[in-house]
Design a protein around this ligand. Structure first.
Ligand SMILES: [Zn+2]
Length: 91
């Protein structure tokens, strides 16, 4: 299943204006490149950015074994272990 790109807003790094995403390219399962055009006519900046997940806030119920993304520090590991070994209590 291909990842769906849903980025609402990427600010221009130079003027802070909203940009338009003109092109996207999937580089890897966890990395997508986007080409952004600044909508400020006085600026005109065009840049390439990458979108990469950096940490997990809520683990997937169907994890891909080939993907490793670190868990956020805020996750209560003891509670997560309890939910994994007792999935009925998760609902
Ligand atoms: Zn700009």
């Amino acid at each position: 299943m291909a990842a769906v790109l849903s980025v609402r807003r990427v600010a221009c790094p130079h003027c802070g204006s909203q940009t338009r995403i003109a092109k996207t390219k999937q580089l890897a399962k966890t990395c997508r490149e986007i080409t952004c055009h600044c909508e400020n006519d006085q600026c005109g900046c065009v840049f390439v950015a990458e979108i990469t997940p950096v940490r997990i806030l809520s683990p997937s119920a169907i994890p891909d074994p080939d993907i490793f993304i670190p868990l956020s520090r805020h996750i209560d590991l003891k509670r997560l272990q309890g939910e994994l070994f007792n999935p009925v209590a998760r609902a």
